[in-house]
Ligand binder design. Structure first.
Ligand SMILES: [Fe+2]
Length: 388
């Protein structure tokens, strides 16, 4: 069945004016004013009072759960489909975190395939916080070559007490393997890098650019908004051509301790002259949000949510005065380009039919379409996960 979205105010993410979108076979077939199709051939969604934007891409989600940093009882649950639907997230990239032992690549791939069956588009990174990387095949290159869902490595932890304290050489080898595997497979071959609060910050990434032939396109450092010092480093790194990712799941205590809200971080980066195409947001959904005391003892632990992703973009528009088309890029066109997801992140004929309809008054997510299938209509989820 075709789906015809009528009279939407299109942000592709750039403003496209009033258009109809004809969706079929999981793709956007046509996008132009006044498409006429006999009603018996298509379902019609009247969008005259809505903005149509690309489905959101969340490039860092612990889809099978994560955490465990306070013992077994603190292992976090996997991603419920409903969270993605309510958050307008139609594409997720799954990762493993601190725990690459009770969680592994087989489980991560199985969860990614399950979410795909339930309607999302899913990808994964190979490995987890620690090095040497635990891949599914004998090497990262082979994971990239032979497992469709693998698009890179990560999240490899640096400058953090939870990292494996990798040497510069060990980390560089992972970026090199990602580069080679990416070239051979036609994928991004990118390393998603978790940055902690440690004083070494982005040191290894800068050294890779200064001392090797590898380029900034192979590294996607995340949590760059976690403290003012790392954020300032991030500005310089991005102005030098790197990508920077901010994490939208947060705690009040993190913000008190100096974490910069994503909306403010975006405005400050833009004011500093960073290329808007180099900035992204991810949620760290289902990851644990541990609250450590000054002596490194765990005080409390809660769970990140993919539903935090778009509210950070909305906040950037409503509170920081950033244009919607600029703010949208950080969860649509930018991650699609950085991750080489060629059919994602934009509204145009030939692209995947991932569409979110926003209420223009309050920018609330009202309808969600993933690969041409309506998952939410007028604020109500039309489906749910198998065991929800
Ligand atoms: Fe992380």
């Amino acid at each position: 069945m075709l789906l015809l979205i009528k009279n939407a105010d299109v942000y592709a993410p750039e403003p496209g004016g009033r258009c109809d979108l004809l969706l079929g076979g999981g793709k956007i077939l046509r996008m132009e004013p006044d498409i006429r199709i006999p009603r018996k051939y298509c379902e019609v969604l009247d969008a005259r009072n809505f903005k149509a934007v690309p489905g959101f891409i969340d490039g860092h989600v612990h889809i099978m759960g994560g955490g465990g940093e306070g013992g077994f009882a603190t292992r976090t649950p996997g991603l419920p489909l409903t969270d993605a639907i309510m958050g307008g997230v139609t594409t997720v990239v799954g990762c493993l975190g601190t725990d690459g032992y009770t969680r592994n690549m087989a489980g991560l791939l199985a969860k990614a395939k399950g979410l795909e069956e339930e309607g999302l588009s899913t990808y994964v990174y190979s490995g987890s916080y620690g090095l040497p990387l635990r891949t599914f095949m004998p090497s990262l290159e082979e994971d990239l070559l032979f497992i469709d869902k693998v698009i890179g490595a990560g999240e490899v932890a640096l400058s953090d007490h939870r990292s494996s304290q990798p040497t510069f050489e060990a980390f560089t080898q992972v970026v090199a393997m990602a580069r080679r595997g990416g070239l051979l497979s036609g994928k991004a071959g990118i390393v998603n890098v978790h940055l902690g609060d440690g004083p070494r910050g982005l040191d290894y990434l800068r050294r890779i650019l200064a001392e090797t032939e590898l380029s900034a396109t192979q590294m996607w450092p995340t949590h760059i908004n976690r403290n003012p010092r790392l954020f300032e480093e991030g500005i310089a790194y991005a102005k030098g051509g790197g990508f920077v990712d901010f994490t939208t799941s947060t705690l009040a205590s993190y913000l008190r301790d100096g974490e910069i809200p994503c909306s403010k971080a975006l405005r400050r980066m833009l004011e500093a002259g960073v290329d808007p195409g180099h900035i992204t947001f991810t949620s760290d959904g289902q990851g644990s949000l541990p609250d450590w005391d000054p002596k490194g003892r765990l005080q409390d632990i809660s769970v990140g949510r993919v539903t935090s992703l778009f509210p950070a973009v909305r906040q950037a528009v409503q509170e920081e005065g950033i244009a919607l088309e600029t703010a949208l890029r950080v969860i649509t066109a930018n991650p699609a380009r950085i991750l080489k997801l060629k059919t994602k992140g934009r509204l145009a004929p030939g692209m995947d039919a991932d569409v979110v309809l926003l209420d223009p008054r309050d920018l609330q997510v009202r309808s969600v379409i993933a690969k041409g299938r309506l998952l939410m209509k007028h604020g109500k989820a039309l489906t749910k996960g198998m065991f929800e």
